[in-house]
Design a protein around this ligand. Structure first.
Ligand code: AHM
Ligand code: MG
Length: 341
């Protein structure tokens, strides 16, 4: 990573260019995908900021592919990302949590060598109570031979991601991303409309302070999960109790735990044997970031990044965060005393 002095102002554009120069064979395509995502993020941020002012809130009558009520801002975020990315010649297809099938590149635009998968506005049920929401994205290299991206390009294990990131629309807007050379965070300065480097080379503390889990599902958890949560809470006398923090907005919970250390868990339960979160749009990109920051992500059986996806909107249980806390999860969940179902 290029070193900057504490006083140098580094825009995301400058940072991406400098990172690209460190890789002599880079074509610039990935850098351009990242700029375009940053542009879409600014457009979404400005809309989210005004959410309480303009008549944009409220559920539309359509339901998204997961069967949940879509908020209008979801639709806006989804369309903004598609429009910012479809004409650039860098992508050969996209996939969104809000769209049932692969999103093709329109016929009149050039195709590129990458696919983009994204959750345009995660946690959108939180918007009308002014809780942070986020965008999550993942970039993979195309592996099929034709010009258009195919299902096989989308269903690659997370280990093959070449870039991943998230934007958190919180008290400030931040964009955090990795291309495999560490995790870097940028804060949007609204007065100049630029993302400025604020958190270079983020590392997750090896053991964390925070536990983020929705324990209203406890009655439906497997015994191993219950025992694991007792350990995290310090109830079995083996470790200091972690503090419970649950926003219910994945990006916000993940971001806090990445900076402060800890674990976010959405275990499988009897009502939802695969949990709630999506492998391709949520778990994989955050797992790549966690790994690059020195943390880990686990699905209760294997590393998230090793899971071979079988469908676009696949759900997965998720344990993600500090390395040692994930090791504890691995220890408890591999006991397999009882099964969920
Ligand atoms: P969404 O993709 O429909 O917005 O749902 C995902 C959100 C996550 O942000 C959050 O971690 C989770 O749902 C919370 O779910 P629950 O209310 O079951 O705890
Ligand atoms: Mg989501």
């Amino acid at each position: 990573m290029v070193k900057h002095t504490a006083t140098s102002v580094v825009t995301i554009e400058r940072f991406i260019i400098e990172q690209e120069r460190l890789v002599p064979e880079a074509s610039g395509a990935l850098s351009s995908i990242l700029y375009d995502i940053a542009l879409a993020a600014k457009m979404i941020a400005s809309k989210v900021r005004r959410a309480g002012l303009v008549d944009i809130l409220g559920a539309m009558e359509t339901q998204n592919v997961q069967g949940e009520i879509q908020q209008k801002l979801d639709v806006f975020a989804n369309e903004t990302i598609i429009k910012a990315m479809d004409h650039t010649g860098r992508l050969c297809a996209m996939a969104s949590e809000e769209v049932p099938d692969i999103i093709p590149i329109p016929d009149n635009f050039k195709r590129g060598n990458y696919v983009l998968l994204f959750d345009p506005l995660d946690g959108s049920s939180n918007i009308d109570v002014n809780v942070p929401v986020g965008t999550i994205f993942s970039v993979m290299r195309k592996i099929t031979r034709g010009a258009d991206g195919e299902m096989e390009d989308m269903l690659q294990p997370g280990r093959r991601q070449v870039a991943a990131g998230y934007i958190i629309y919180g008290s400030s807007t931040m964009l955090v991303y990795t291309t495999g050379g560490g995790v870097h965070g940028f804060t949007l300065d609204p007065s100049i409309g630029e993302f400025l480097l604020s958190h270079p080379d983020i590392k997750i503390p090896t053991r964390g302070r925070y536990l983020s889990v929705n324990d209203s599902y406890e009655q439906f958890w497997d015994e191993n999960v219950k025992a694991l949560m007792r350990r995290y809470r310090g109830l079995d006398g083996h470790q200091k109790a972690m503090s419970v923090r649950y926003v219910g907005s994945l990006v916000a919970d993940f971001h806090r735990n990445m900076l402060g250390g800890g674990i976010f868990a959405y275990p499988s339960n009897r009502q939802a044997p695969k949990g709630k979160l999506r492998l391709l749009y949520e778990a994989n990109p955050l797992a790549f970031i966690a790994k690059e920051a020195g943390g880990a992500a686990y699905d209760g059986t294997e590393e998230i990044l090793d899971v071979q996806p079988t469908e676009l909107h696949q759900r997965t249980p998720l344990y993600i965060g500090s390395r040692d806390d994930i090791a504890t999860a691995r220890e408890f969940l591999s006991r397999q005393l009882a099964t969920v179902g």
